[in-house]
Ligand binder design. Structure first.
Ligand code: SIN
Length: 278
């Protein structure tokens, strides 16, 4: 029988499941678990690119990434790559994928392909827990606020102007497609669990619309410091056969870049979501 064991901080470890041959009942169970825990971790899986695509399709339509290099012959799968001679990794700033889309993606399924001998863990943070731990006064204030998110500063031409960032060219690209701006509530109701979650993130959120520039920057800074408390986090250590499935509406994530001189390659598929509401 499938077992789902809560992880420290955020997420759950799922065992006794075969992701390469998911049954409809398994898919229902995982969807509910995702809504409750925000991120699911799996060990000892063997998932081919075709099975990865089939797995993702159990949860919705695949979002073909605009900016990441695709896996050869599999445009549905985005590569998260860092070669031994490269300095920057992809996804080091805390973020939630696709918050710049008007209908943000449900989540992503990341399958380990090649791992460094040490390092390269991914941190996840619970935006359910971060919201729950706010004071009642702040919760009330946030209830009426919206924020603007954008892809332009992260994936557009300006993102590669700094000398250090040029290192990412070739792994990320298609800069002219970075035209997305979206407004979402600062606190959303999670589409699966209906629990409240904070929905702003340091990478893609530009500002809080109802506040002046300084107030917006101050409030975002306060929220970001709060969300980064270790009590809301889980550090997932990858091993061969590991898979993580996270929900973008419930979590942030951050790929640690602590393996200089080593290669790390992951395959990521992102699943389309639904409009978000407060
Ligand atoms: C990502 O941000 O999608 C990549 C996460 C990782 O490589 O661990």
């Amino acid at each position: 029988m499938v077992s789902v064991n809560p992880a420290e901080g955020v997420g759950a470890y799922v065992s006794n499941i075969n992701l390469s041959a998911l049954t409809p009942d398994d898919a229902q169970l995982l969807k509910r678990a995702l809504g409750e825990f925000g991120v699911l971790f799996f060990r000892n899986q063997s998932v081919s690119p075709e099975q990865h695509i089939e797995l993702a399709q159990s949860f919705g339509k695949i979002n073909i990434n605009r900016f990441f290099n695709p896996v050869t012959d599999h445009p549905e799968i985005a590569e998260v790559r860092k070669e031994a001679d490269q300095v920057n990794n992809i996804g080091e700033t805390w973020h939630t994928d696709h918050s710049y889309d008007r209908i943000p993606a449900l989540g992503s399924i990341l399958v380990a392909q090649h791992l460094p001998r040490t390092g390269g863990d991914t941190l996840f943070a619970s935006m359910f827990a971060a919201y729950d731990a706010l004071s009642d006064a702040l919760k009330e204030k946030l209830q009426t606020l919206t924020a603007t998110h954008s892809s332009r500063h992260v994936f557009g031409p300006s993102a590669y102007e700094g000398e250090a960032d040029k290192d990412l060219i070739g792994r990320l690209g298609n800069t002219t497609a970075a035209t997305q701006d979206a407004v979402h509530p600062v606190v959303i109701r999670h589409p699966i669990s209906t629990k409240r979650a904070l929905y702003v993130n340091p990478n893609f959120t530009l500002r809080i619309n109802e506040l002046d520039e300084q107030e917006s920057a101050d409030l975002l800074s306060t929220l970001y410091q709060h969300c980064q408390k270790t009590e809301f986090q889980h550090r997932f250590q990858w091993s061969e056969g590991s898979v993580a499935f996270w929900d973008n509406r419930a979590t942030w994530h951050k790929a640690l870049n602590d393996y200089p001189g080593q290669r790390r390659l992951m395959h990521r598929i992102t699943v389309e979501g639904v409009p978000l509401s407060a």
